[in-house]
Design a protein around this ligand. Structure first.
Ligand code: NAI
Length: 329
């Protein structure tokens, strides 16, 4: 058996982590031959709850789980990690403005970026989940200059999965028949779920659905506002589906995407498709067996797509500038 992969999950006492930890520790993400050393970070006040989570992980009797390290000490948490799953963040409270949430959370991600820089392995792979996910990933990357920028990503796979399932339900097929849906931009209500290049059983989705009005209106807005709809119904934000999406994202990053298929991840823009360089923007990527990804190039962008892609970029630029102001204050 190979050396254990050291995987940090932050926000480990929270609800996403509760759905996520079992899949990681069981081998569903990194493979059945990869032992896992699981580091669980949460704030001091949650250490009691985290103790219960650790007890349950032990009671799962998982052969691949060689070690569990619960901690509220950031330097211990980030030490020598191979993978950082950064879920922990302050939730939005009633009456709190988005910009107040951004201020509180970017400070957490500045500190965690510094910890990554100082303590993690230099080839660590990071996925940021805590919101605002793209901007938090941007800040994390900025404060970890010794780690390659391409190692910082944020989760938009949940949005991709939502979009794929909406199309599948509309046509009455399995979601696995729908391929190459793209999420462009921010993990927020300005994101652009794009099916222009998507296929359904090998045929263009647009030709099968044959309802441009539904695609441009109801479909896009359903995906954009799905998170809020889940909160309204459950009184809690998406957790099971977020955990599944984190697993999908990491599994593809570690094992690659099938030939001819791509997935969406929030990654550092290299200027492709006119997206400002350096922003963490969700784009379609293909991933090779060596864990390196490349942006899918040459996709046609019509005027409708351009305006949607620019609107979500504008929001990300505003978020980035506000975050930098907070960090540099
Ligand atoms: P939760 O509130 O149940 O859990 C968050 C946990 O993070 C809590 O245990 C809290 O104590 C911990 N935490 C707070 N500050 C921390 C810090 N500095 N270090 C370590 N841990 C810290 O929230 P839940 O439902 O698990 O969601 C977590 C985040 O994920 C939220 O920001 C949520 O908005 C975001 N999210 C992102 C999605 C995406 O697709 N990108 C989808 C769903 C949720």
């Amino acid at each position: 058996m190979s050396k254990p992969l050291r995987v940090l999950v932050t926000g480990a006492a929270g609800q996403i982590a509760y759905s996520l930890l079992y899949s990681i520790a069981k081998g569903d993400v990194f493979g059945p031959d990869r032992p896992i050393s699981l580091v669980l970070l949460d704030i001091e006040a949650m250490m009691g709850v985290l103790k219960g989570v650790v007890m349950e992980l032990i009671d799962c009797a998982l052969p691949l789980l060689t070690e569990i390290i619960p901690t509220s000490d950031i330097s211990m948490a980030f030490k020598d990690i191979d993978v950082g799953v950064l879920v922990g963040a302050m939730p939005r409270r009633e009456g709190m403005e988005r910009k107040d949430l951004l201020k509180a959370n970017v400070k957490i991600f500045k500190q965690q970026g510094q910890a990554l820089d100082q303590f993690a392995k230099k080839n660590v792979k990071v996925i940021v989940v805590g919101n605002p996910a793209n901007t938090n990933a941007f800040i994390c990357k900025k404060y970890a200059p010794s780690i390659p920028p391409q190692n910082f990503t944020c989760l938009t796979r949940l949005d991709q999965n939502r979009a794929q399932s909406q199309i599948a339900a509309r046509v009455g097929v399995s979601c696995q028949d729908v391929k190459n849906v793209i999420i462009w931009g921010n993990h927020s209500s300005t994101q652009f779920p794009d099916v222009t290049h998507a296929t359904l059983k090998g045929k263009p989705v647009l030709e099968v659905v044959k309802d441009d009005n539904w695609i441009k209106n109801e479909f896009i807005s359903t995906v954009q506002t799905r998170g809020a709809a889940v909160i309204a119904a459950r009184k809690l934000s998406s957790a099971m589906s977020a955990a599944k999406a984190i697993c999908d994202h990491l599994k593809d990053w570690f094992h690659g995407t099938p030939d001819g298929q791509w997935v969406s991840m929030g990654i550092t823009s290299d200027g492709s498709y006119g997206i400002e360089k350096g922003l963490i923007y969700s784009m379609p990527v293909k991933i090779g067996a060596g864990q390196e990804y490349t942006i899918v190039q040459g996709l046609s962008i019509d005027d409708f797509a351009r305006s949607k892609m620019d609107a979500t970029m504008k929001e990300l630029i505003e978020e980035r500038d506000a975050a930098l102001q907070t960090c540099e204050a």
